[in-house]
Each structure stands twice: as C-alpha cells, then as structure tokens.
Design a protein around this ligand. Structure first.
Ligand code: F6R
Length: 614
C-alpha cells in the first residue's frame, strides 16, 4: 500500500526520487519521507501529509547527492504523523529503511530488541527492521556488508516486505528486498533504480527487472546484483516496459480519473487488439494456449477478485454461463481464501486484478492452486505477482491506471472476460459461428459507441450538479446491469463520500424500498433488454413513493422519458455488452459529483490504489 523508490547513479538523486514518489502517491499519501547520501553524510526529512508537504519542508535545503531512497505511506501501524513517516532509522541513526508491507511479528521483535537496549521512536512495524539490521553491526567491531546485515534481519521477519535500505557505514549502495510487496528494478545508463511500480522508473529507463519474492538486489553505481535470501546469485531476464511516461501523466485533464474514463475506448481496443477473429467468430488468446486442453475439460469456473474487479467478475459469471454453458460463480477473494473452497482439478479459478498485487486475490490464487485448480489471471500490471503465479492468463494492456478509483480497468476486464467466454464457447461448440461473428462485430464497434457517450460529459456534469444536494443514493440494475449498479454505487461512495447502495432491482421490494422518498434518489439502469419491463415496474414503484429517478436508458426509448426525472441515453448494443457502455455515465456522474464537492478525486480519503495488505 505504500510506495518506495530509490536511485543510485551519476545525477542528483533528490529530484528523481521525489518525482518518482509523486507517481507512486496513488499507493498511499498520508505521509512521505526521503533520505539522501551526499557523499559525506546522511540527510533526511519526513513529514505527515503528501509529497508536496515533504518538498516544501526541504525546499530551502540545497541537498545534492547521487544516492537516495524515499517513501510515500498509507498507514497500517501507527497514525499518519511525522514520527511514523518513513524512513525509519536504527539507534545510531546510521541505517535508514523504507518499507511497504507488514511485519506481522513486529511486537515480539520489538520487545526482544527493547530488552537488548534498542530505543524505538515510532509506532510502526517498520522500525524493527532498522534495529534488526543494526544488530550485527553492534555485535562485531569488524566490517559487515549492509546486504549481509539485511539478510540476517529478514530471517527474523514474518510478514511481507518490499524494502530499500541505505547505511552511513556502507554508503555507496542501496539494498532492496521483496516478499509479498512488489519491487521493480530499473537499469539505466550508469544508474539504477528500485521502485514499487514502473510508473516511478519509466521516465529514466524502460529496461526493468521484476524482483520476485524472497529475492534481494544490491544497487551500486557500478551495477546491479540480484540474489536470493540464501545469498545465491541469480541471473534474471531484463524486460521492457511497453508504455511511456505520458501514460503516467494527466495529459491535459484535471485528474487522472477523468483521463482514465476518457481512455475507456482505447482500453477496450487494446484488450481486444489481435485477439478477435471475425471470420471464425472466435477469440484467439495466446496466453491460454498452454492450457487449452485443460480448459476444455474444466467442469466449473470460479471467478474471484476484490472491489471493482469483483464486480467485473459478476458480469463474467453470466458470460461464461450464457456463452460457454459452463457453470460459473463469482466470490470476493477475501471470502474465498478463508472458505475452505470445494475446488479441485476439475475447476478453473479466474483471478481478476488491475494491479496484480492485491493481497486477498493473491492468497485466493494460492489457495486455489493448493486445491489443484487451474488458475487463470486477468491482470493489467505486467510482471505482477498474480500474473506470474497464475498457470496462464491474459493481460489487459490498459496501460497504468493511476486514479485510485478504477475506471478503464473495469471496461478492459469486461472485454477480457468476453474474450475468454468466446474462446470457451467456440472451443466447446456452445455458440454457433453466426452468433460468435455477431459478438466479434459488436465488440469491435463498441469503442465508437463509448466515444459517443463521452461526448455527454457536460450533460452529465449538469446532472451531477442537480443531484448534488442529495447525500444518499440507491443504484438499481438487473442481470448484466446489476453489477453495474454495484460498481456505479462504489464509484460514487469512494470518491464523493456520498452514501450509495447498489442493489439488484428485483430485491428492491425486499427491503430497500423503505428508504425511498423525495430525498432519496435512485439511479436506475434501464437499458432495453430482457428485463426491461421488470425495471419499468420498479420505476413505477419508486415514482409512487415520490422518489426521484435518474435513468440510464437506450437511445430512442421515448417511453422512459415520460416516467423518470432525468435520463442519460446510451447507444443500443447486445445486452451482454451493455455494461461496457452503461458504466461510463456512472463513472462520469461520480467524478463530477466529487469534483463539484471540491474533493480530491484522484486521492480519496482512507484509500490507496493497490491493497497489498490484508
Ligand atoms: C475501486 C477500486 C478497488 C479495486 C480493488 C481491487 O475503484 O479501485 O475496489 O478494484 O482494490 O484491486 P485490483 O484490481 O488491483 O486487484
């Protein structure tokens, strides 16, 4: 949940790590800190607040140095405050650590170290790492390499870490290590970087190495060495980042969220690119080739994910059942992992994750593997843990998603799920060629229809203004549109802090209807599909109770105009694909509501983009 970045090379490290931190702020933004080696001494500063607050604090300090590490925090242990901000140091103030993850046994370690005389200055779990690393230095007067001290320290740690360490006594190096929290290494020209995410690195180099669990890296001006936690040297492949810095910038938009909503059509095009064969009405998925035969034999599909990705999975469940006729279900990864799931070799478990690092989804993957299930990842972040540990899968290729609220990734996930469903449906001969062709054709035409909806941005802003005074909202949808109602409500609550409940519209009578009055508006997904008439009945019931209604409906539906207070029209499409269109007005509605309320759309309170802790 935190972001770390480190640099060693020929240039002044300070602006490089501070800029990197800004690109990682989506991972956490309640405090920030930096530590720099200026060739003679250590300089450091940390503060509660954002990277901008850190910059302000050091703005009058003429620090220069070729080596630095920095951190942006999302608090787990200890409140956001100056003293809990990273870096954390040992007693002698020689060793500095920045850390992402959780040291689960920190209390035990802290007590033992306190008995040995170590003095702690923060409430964090991370600080024990600095003191553990200090220990071997205290035990001998001879020289000790920093990496050996870190290795020794990590032997005591239960939990997760992506960390970077520097020391005044061994100053020309950064030691970085990972278990459970992502770390990527950048190889530049005479300079090396380490970071939680490629966004902090891509401006300087596109050549990267993904560090795996239980691996450590030593970054010096002379080069990069990688070894495992038993100190065995490892040769690792160098990968290339296939997007550039502009993808991690706002590109003229006021917020990343708005930019990413507008990138929805491109995200869909990218996930479909080269994967649709119109003449055969099928999808071609290189990432599934190695498990093609196994897939043919699975009797059941279980989709598991968190948050927005889970809602995409709920729609995927329908796709698999309707197109491929395979029994399918979707479950929160946080539930699945503790549910003693009844899955075995006859099941495929699909993990959906934008970041590829979500702790619950990762553990669900490991649980599924333990039971012998075939695991497939639908992942956006290339090289991420879920992508690596899945048996097979497909990448979204949506580019980095930086706004904390997931938008283009959702669209891309629906595209990916449709591709997998088509693959299975045709593989199992469950859909005829002409139907396959129809899906392929409609999918290809969707980006243009999405652009058409995006042109309604101003109209949706006006509606957001109209409904701004309301503090509670009900979102209703049925069948394919039910998960869209859940996702629309999630978007509104997470960035505007308005209370919003997503409900299956058929359930309205079983409770939520009691909430309806003139102050409790309902947003209804009322597209022309097989449950349209049912939705119209719900609308009548809401009207009869003086409820205000904003509907998302199919272009040309004049009937609805007379029934509801406001309508946002979207183009006609196949009903299975309608969620890819209907979510866009809801994303924009949430965006404008939060923006009109003057809230920080890209960095909503209490949230972080990548939930790498449980
Ligand atoms: C909501 C949101 C979260 C994520 C969830 C899963 O806008 O972004 O609900 O969808 O934390 O994250 P990933 O997809 O990275 O596993």
């Amino acid at each position: 949940m935190c972001g770390i970045v480190g640099y060693v090379g020929k240039r002044n490290a300070l602006p490089i790590v501070l800029e990197g931190l800004k690109r990682l702020e989506y991972r956490g933004y309640d405090s920030a800190g930096v530590v720099l080696w200026d060739g003679e001494e250590i300089k450091f500063e940390k503060t509660a607040g954002r990277v901008a607050a850190l910059e302000k604090k050091i703005s009058n300090k003429p620090w220069q140095g070729n080596l630095a590490i920095a951190h942006t925090r999302w608090a787990t242990h200890g409140k956001p405050s100056d003293r809990n901000a990273h870096p954390h140091a040992d007693c002698a103030q020689k060793i500095y650590v920045v850390h992402n993850g959780i040291v689960e046994n920190y209390l035990e370690i802290r007590e033992a170290l306190t008995r040995e005389g170590h003095v702690f200055k923060s409430d964090t779990d991370t600080e024990v790492l600095a003191h553990l690393i200090e220990r071997p230095f205290l035990a001998t007067s001879g020289p000790i390499a920093l990496e050996d001290a870190v290795l020794d320290a990590l032997r005591h740690v239960v939990g997760t870490f992506g960390l970077a360490v520097i020391s005044k006594d061994d100053p020309q190096k950064i030691v970085a290590a990972r278990r459970g929290s992502p770390l990527i290494l950048g190889l530049g020209d005479g300079e090396y970087l380490a970071a939680s995410d490629a966004a902090a690195i891509v401006e300087h180099t596109k050549n990267v190495i993904y560090l795996h669990d239980n691996e450590m890296a030593l970054l010096t001006p002379q080069g990069l060495k990688i070894f495992n936690l038993s100190k065995k040297t490892l040769e690792k492949p160098v990968d290339t980042i296939n997007w550039d810095i502009s993808a991690a910038q706002k590109g003229g938009f006021a917020h990343f969220m708005k930019k990413e909503i507008f990138e929805g059509p491109a995200a869909l095009e990218n996930v479909l690119r080269g994967r649709l064969l119109e003449k055969d009405g099928v999808s071609k998925l290189g990432g599934l080739e190695s498990v093609r035969d196994k897939l043919l034999n699975v009797k059941r599909i279980l989709i598991t994910a968190c948050g927005t990705s889970y809602y995409a999975g709920l729609i995927g469940k329908y796709y698999f059942e309707e197109i491929a006729k395979v029994p399918a279900s979707a479950e929160y990864a946080s539930e699945f992992r503790y549910s003693n799931p009844v899955v075995d070799e006859s099941a495929a478990v699909i993990l959906i994750s934008q970041s590829g690092e979500t702790a619950d989804t990762l553990e669900a993957l490991r649980e599924a593997k333990k039971h012998g299930a075939l695991t497939l990842g639908i992942v956006n972040a290339v090289g991420s843990t879920i992508a690596r540990e899945s048996d097979a899968g497909i990448y979204n290729h949506a580019g980095p998603e930086i706004g904390v609220a997931s938008t283009k990734a959702f669209i891309s996930q629906l595209g990916a799920l449709m591709l997998v469903a088509l693959f299975l449906g045709r593989q199992r001969s469950k859909i005829p060629l002409n139907l396959g062709e129809k899906f392929v054709k409609e999918l290809k035409g969707l980006p243009a229809k999405m652009e058409w909806i995006l042109k309604k941005d101003e109209e949706i802003k006006k509606l957001a203004k109209k409904y701004l005074k309301h503090k509670n909202f009900l979102y209703l949808g049925r069948k394919y549109q039910f998960p869209v109602a859940l996702e629309g409500a999630l978007k509104l609550k997470e960035i505007s802090y308005r209370h919003a409940e997503g409900y299956a519209s058929g359930e309205m009578k079983h409770g939520p209807i009691a909430l309806i009055d003139e102050n409790f508006p309902t947003i209804v997904l009322a597209t022309k599909d097989m449950v349209y008439e049912k939705i119209i009945s719900n609308i009548e019931e809401i009207k009869a109770r003086s409820g205000k209604i904003l509907a998302v409906a199919t272009e040309g539906d004049d009937r609805i105009l007379k029934l509801v207070d406001d309508v946002i029209f979207i183009p006609q499409t196949l009903e299975m694909l309608a969620p890819i269109l209907s979510i866009i007005p809801l994303q924009l509605f949430a965006y404008h509501t939060a923006n009109l309320l003057g809230l920080d759309v890209d960095k909503p309170r209490n949230l972080a983009k990548s939930v790498t802790v449980e």
